[in-house]
Design a protein around this ligand. Structure first.
Ligand SMILES: Cc1ncc(COP(=O)(O)O)c(C=O)c1O
Length: 369
């Protein structure tokens, strides 16, 4: 079976460096919040430029919740976000006590639509949380303009877009605060849970460092109510290795995406757009087509792990349906969820595997007509 993503291939590709990193940590005797976390935080911040601070946390959902809590947002505060995202985005918003409000997506970027953000603004709106879905940067300039006019915080959910860029500027550096997941399947993924918060303010970073560990100060006195959301040393050490290969791995992903796009250009398929002014992180390669269930079944029967990201938009899940504002009127999101289909995408995908996926997709369209 050719999977749609393959974290074990990533381990094999960087095995000797990762094995060394693991041994270093095991030998050190320090397993939580030590040198590796400090170094990962410094390296992750520097990867984004000179003016940033990074704080490692337990996972991406916590990263989102901590960003909001760190801003002092909570009960009654509304956060506008897309319903076309991992449930985790919305779970993180609710974990902080805030209220998610769903905006629709733009059909080209599949990211939150700035026009729909405007339609969903209300008296209690405090923040906008765009998601760079599948590695495609959201329209950050338009989103920041709306936020400036209405005095709102912006938190970028970069969980699927480590290393993506708009006009040479990395996502995560447009807003003052950004959240990342380092779940194993992510472009920057560990071998367990992990997350990072990136921010410009040293004070905010210090506050998050306190919040992630019971609200402690240096003397281990809790000076605010906090959480336990620490990144462990093993994950940090592995993420340090992966960070060094991130740009190369993302370039390999984009090369695969270009091959898919070229091969599918005459088929009735909508492929992801790779804009010249952007670096797409190509976390997931998602096409849109009619009869996608039939195509998915055909591919699966032919050893290709076609999948859905996601089977449901967040507002279509039982836990959220009819509860979250904005969720009643998301026509572009609803249409997208009838057509989305994820094809295999990871840096180590071999040429043979890529050719096999392409030929089976083409064959299905030939046989169907
Ligand atoms: C868009 C998005 N936001 C947030 C998260 C949350 O990450 P985690 O699973 O690390 O809590 C994920 C990962 O699943 C994600 O894809």
């Amino acid at each position: 079976m050719i999977p749609f993503g393959d974290p074990s291939a990533s381990y094999q590709a960087h095995k000797s460096e990762i094995d060394q990193a693991i041994k270093r940590v095991l030998d050190s005797g320090r397993y939580i919040l030590g040198t590796e976390v400090d170094m990962f935080e410094n390296e992750f911040a520097s990867f984004h430029g000179n003016d940033f601070h990074a704080v490692g946390v337990a996972n991406g959902t916590d990263a989102i919740a901590l960003c909001l809590s760190g801003l002092g947002l909570g009960t009654g505060d509304e956060v506008i976000t897309p319903s076309h995202t991992a449930v985790a985005t919305v779970a993180g918003i609710e974990q902080a006590g805030c209220k998610p409000i769903f905006a629709d997506i733009d059909p080209n970027t599949r990211c939150i639509s700035p026009d729909s953000i405007k339609e969903n603004l209300g008296d209690n709106t405090q923040a906008i949380m765009p998601v760079h879905i599948y590695g495609q940067p959201a329209e950050m300039q338009r989103i920041l303009d709306i936020a400036n006019v209405h005095n709102l915080a912006v938190i970028e959910d970069c969980s699927q877009a480590h290393g993506a860029e708009i006009d040479g500027q990395k996502v995560g550096t447009f807003a003052d605060i950004s959240a990342y997941s380092c779940y194993p399947t992510k472009n920057l993924g560990g071998t367990g849970d992990g997350g990072v918060i990136l921010c410009r303010s040293k004070e905010f970073a210090e506050k998050i460092k306190s919040l992630r560990q019971y609200g402690w100060n240096a003397e281990r006195e809790s000076i605010m109510s906090g959480f336990n959301s620490r990144l462990d040393e093993l994950q940090a050490a592995i993420l340090r290795v992966k960070l060094q290969h991130l740009a190369d791995d993302n370039a390999k992903r984009r090369a695969i995406a270009l091959s898919y796009n070229e091969a599918f250009k005459d088929l009735p398929i909508t492929s992801p757009v790779l804009a010249k002014t952007e670096l797409h992180a190509m976390h997931l390669y998602v096409i849109e087509c009619d009869q996608r269930n039939e195509l998915m079944e055909y591919l699966r029967n032919n050893q290709i792990g076609a999948s859905l990201h996601y089977p449901l938009a967040v507002h279509q899940h039982n836990a959220y349906a009819h509860r979250i504002l904005g969720g009643y009127n998301l026509p572009i999101t609803d249409l997208f969820y009838q057509k989305n289909l994820t094809l295999p995408m990871y840096p180590e995908l071999s040429n043979d595997a890529l050719e096999h996926v392409i030929s089976m997709v083409k064959k299905w369209f030939r046989e169907k007509n």
